[in-house]
Design a protein around this ligand. Structure first.
Ligand SMILES: [Zn+2]
Length: 209
């Protein structure tokens, strides 16, 4: 399947575009900003957007969602436990010194274990709270890929000092939901370079006993 990762916006949030070559269905994860580039990738591959998934309601991950929804008509998925954080968008914009983005209405309350399909590819949503209360990760078994939002990074984990953050909870989420995945699973974090579950198990300093 098509998979392009676009680092977008001031904080270079990794926005993922997945597309099925047969059905031309597409999924976009975390359209934080630079929606023109996201639309160009969809057009380049002749894709029709089926769903927009927000891993969590931080401005750098959700900021462009309304623009993308308006341009494509695709429904937006987010966990309801980030609704309060989404309401804090003016405060979040203030942290970064940027304009408040257009508010996006959430169409589907994404829950742990929910499944989406992009063509024949299944995507399972995992609730992985700790960076925020509504943080979710996307597991694509047939692709061997995990889109981890700001829960797990190469050599690091998500910060837990912002509203809704919990340092014990993020470790529980990673140990219970993410590390049991196959070691060769490619992890696409919310920022920075890709990694694998095996590599983080072995080297991530935050995950050592
Ligand atoms: Zn975040």
């Amino acid at each position: 399947m098509v998979h392009e990762i676009l680092p977008v916006g001031m904080l270079q949030c990794n926005c993922s575009v997945f597309g099925d070559e047969q059905t031309h269905e597409a999924l976009v994860v975390d359209p934080g900003d630079e929606i023109g580039r996201v639309l160009a990738v969809l057009a380049k591959h002749g894709l029709k957007l089926k769903a927009i998934v927000i891993t969590h309601a931080h401005i750098d991950h959700i900021g462009g969602a309304q623009k993308l929804k308006h341009a494509t008509g695709a429904p937006v998925y987010m966990n309801a436990r980030d609704a309060d954080l989404q309401k804090m968008m003016p405060v979040q914009a203030n942290w970064l010194g940027t304009a408040v983005p257009e508010t996006v209405e959430i169409d589907v309350a994404a829950k742990d274990g929910d499944r989406l399909t992009v063509g024949a590819t299944e995507v399972t949503l995992l609730h992985t709270p700790g960076h925020t209360q509504g943080s979710i990760s996307l597991w694509m078994p047939s692709e061997g890929k995990l889109v981890a939002g700001d829960t797990l990074f190469r050599d690091s984990i998500g910060r837990t000092d912002l509203p809704g953050g919990d340092g014990q909870q993020i470790l529980r989420s990673i140990h219970r939901k993410l590390l049991p995945l196959p070691e060769e699973t490619v992890v696409i974090p919310g920022h920075g370079a890709n990694t694998t579950i095996g590599r983080e198990k072995q080297f991530n300093p935050f995950l050592q006993a």
